[in-house]
Every structure is written in C-alpha cells, then in structure tokens.
Unconditional design. Structure first.
Length: 116
C-alpha cells in the first residue's frame, strides 16, 4: 500500500522557518514528480512547489525566494524548507506524488500555522 506521510508542521512565528518532510513508501520513487500543495480555510488547494524526477523545480510566485523544495531519492523523501514565513502561508500542506504513467498519490496533510 502506497503511503505518503508528511511531518514537520506546527506553529511558527512570522519571519521564522520550518521544514516539512514527506516520506513515501513508493517503489521507484526516483521516477515520480513530487510536489507540495496547500489549502487554507475557505480556499482551494493550490500548488506550492514541485520537483521533477530530474531535479527541476518550480514554485508558485508567492513563495519564490522563500521556500525551497528538495528530494533525497535514497531516503524516498521530499522536503519543503519554508523561510521568512508569513501569516498567509498558514494552511494544511499536502505532499503529492505523480508517476510518469499518470498515477497520483496524496498524503494526509500537515498543519502549518504562522502566528505571533
């Protein structure tokens, strides 16, 4: 059974940092494109950052220069380093895995709250 398990969420002050991790029980993890999404209360889920199997990265404009996505294929893990966080970054963050053949998996989400 495929599982994506996020961790690292919590309460952080504005301007602080947080690192999210997503451990994936996927065979052939390295071929999957991995991504982080978030959903704030009353809003639609949005893509935050993504990294391809080849290591190419992209970010939504609101987090460029602040968030960094990375992956460790040896550990079947993807990370989201969140720096200079803002209250508007408050959301449930979800990990996503997308196979080249189209299959997609989601984690259960981890809450990030930015507040003083």
């Amino acid at each position: 059974q495929v599982r994506l398990v996020e961790s690292g969420g919590g309460l952080v002050q504005p301007g602080g940092s947080l690192r999210l991790s997503c451990a994936a029980s996927l065979s052939m993890f390295s071929v999957y494109a991995m991504g982080w999404y978030r959903q704030a209360p009353g809003k639609q889920r949005e893509s935050v950052a993504a990294i391809t199997s080849g290591g190419s990265k992209n970010y939504t404009d609101s987090v460029k220069g602040r968030f960094i996505i990375s992956r460790d294929n040896a550990k079947n893990t993807v990370y989201l380093q969140m720096n200079s966080v803002k209250p508007e970054d408050t959301a449930v963050y979800y990990c996503n895995a997308r196979a080249p053949w189209g299959k997609e998996f989601w984690g259960q989400g981890t809450q990030v709250t930015v507040s003083s």
